[in-house]
Ligand binder design. Structure first.
Ligand SMILES: *Cc1c(COP(=O)(O)O)cnc(C)c1O
Length: 406
């Protein structure tokens, strides 16, 4: 009964490289834990449960005295491969995968705060993040203050009162507002606050918040990390002490765990992420420049354009303008809907960061949960579209936009 199937032999240990690897090498190599079958690619361990060689080993595993997988809510070999790989790419000590971007966002903050605590956040953000900060956390006695823009005086004023956490989404979804991560982190650290950056729009390829002074980075891995419209997932990255002392005790017992199957999809997606994001980023730059020449369009919001109000900050902290463009038309909602319906290549969708170009009308879909006043504060009107630029050839995307405009 205990005989192993044909060909199973524990692999010999190989010495680690003596130099530090480039993130692109981490993306295909790090975290790979081959089984005794010596498979080339990462194995899918679709297991929630694990067994032990002895009662003692089980007991020791539960107090972390031996490294042994215990239960799918805590850890799983395929999920661990994804977490180690993303941590290496990001340059973070630790990564925890979660079931969605929103569970990552919620857990990253909820593990830090208690009733009476205060959170400061940048004002422009994805609508579900806004609901968590302004409706859900306040129900439990956590107060929130939002800061618009990049004036250090405004941030210093908001951070003059005791603050536990600072949450910044930069660039923001959908209007690509940029927040100076270094400036906010320096001010936040003076009052002992933990700085959490929602780095979804930039992706791990174009912006490294931890190198700019932030403490924690969170992702919706549904976006560029998968980037192919297949799985819902999230990730939280930070220091050993944050993950071990704050996040893990919260996550282990509340259970926003990632599925091993989704982790397996993501670990393969990470291998191509930098190639995909770099091409999507260069396509987006071409399209943003083209859109600026069009009279039907009032403003093009793209961090890689000189016309972006925070172009200098964007170029200081990002290695490209990103893959998403905010477009404000001169016409109203009916003209904008007519433009969307006339597209022949670009899909109407509410997702972003995908290899397929996707167009969204945030006011009626992704951001409809916000009141018209709050939408207006974030620059979202009926005339605004969000274009997530994909991997199609830029010439086809330009032709598609050109014909839909006329
Ligand atoms: C999509 C998104 C999220 C939420 O991620 P899900 O995977 O959909 O839960 C959070 N923040 C930003 C900026 C997003 O675009």
């Amino acid at each position: 009964m205990s005989k192993r199937p044909w060909g199973y032999q524990p692999l010999p240990e190989r010495p680690e490289p003596t130099w530090s690897l480039h993130p692109d090498t981490h993306a295909v190599r790090t975290g790979l834990a081959r089984s005794g079958f010596g498979e080339t690619s990462e194995a899918l361990y679709l297991n929630s449960g694990f067994t032990y060689g002895s009662a003692e080993q089980a007991a020791d595993s539960f107090v972390d005295e031996v490294d042994h997988f215990v239960y799918g809510r805590f850890a799983n070999p395929t999920i661990a491969m994804f977490e180690q790989r993303l941590a290496a790419i990001e340059g973070a000590e630790f990564c925890v995968g979660t079931g969605s971007g929103m569970s990552a966002m919620f857990a990253a903050i909820a593990c830090l705060v208690k009733s009476g605590d205060r959170v400061v956040a940048s004002a422009a953000m994805f609508s579900s993040c806004y609901v968590v900060l302004t409706e859900i956390l306040p129900k439990w006695g956590v107060s929130i203050e939002l800061v618009k823009g990049n004036d250090p005086h405004d941030w210093a004023r908001a951070l003059a009162k005791p603050t536990v956490a600072v949450f910044i989404e930069t660039p923001s979804n959908p209007m690509l507002e940029v927040v100076d991560i270094q400036m906010v982190s320096d001010l936040a650290h003076k009052v002992g606050a933990t700085v959490i950056v929602d780095n979804v729009m930039a992706s791990p390829v174009l912006q490294k918040p931890l190198q700019l002074g932030a403490d924690v980075v969170m992702y919706s891995a549904t976006k560029h990390i998968d980037g192919q419209g297949r799985v819902l997932a999230g990730a939280i990255l930070g220091s050993f002490s944050y993950i071990n002392e704050k996040l893990n005790p919260f996550i282990r017992h509340t259970g926003p765990s990632l599925s091993p199957f989704n982790a397996w999809v993501l670990v393969k997606s990470l291998e191509t992420m930098s190639m995909r994001v770099e091409r999507m980023n260069s396509n987006a730059q071409i399209i943003a420049e083209f859109l600026e020449t069009k009279s039907a369009i009032k403003t093009v919001r793209y961090p890689g354009l000189k016309s972006h109000p925070d172009f200098d900050i964007a170029m200081k902290q990002m290695t490209g303008g990103g893959t998403t463009i905010g477009i404000e038309f001169t016409g109203g909602k009916s003209e904008v809907f007519a433009f969307m319906n006339a597209l022949r290549v670009i899909d109407i969708s509410n997702n972003l960061g995908d290899s397929k170009s996707l167009i969204t009308h945030p006011a009626s879909t992704t951001h409809r949960r916000l009141t018209p006043e709050i939408q207006a504060e974030m620059g979202i009107t009926g005339s605004v579209l969000r274009l997530s630029v994909g991997l199609e050839h830029s010439s086809d995307l330009l032709k598609d936009i050109e014909q839909a405009l006329t």
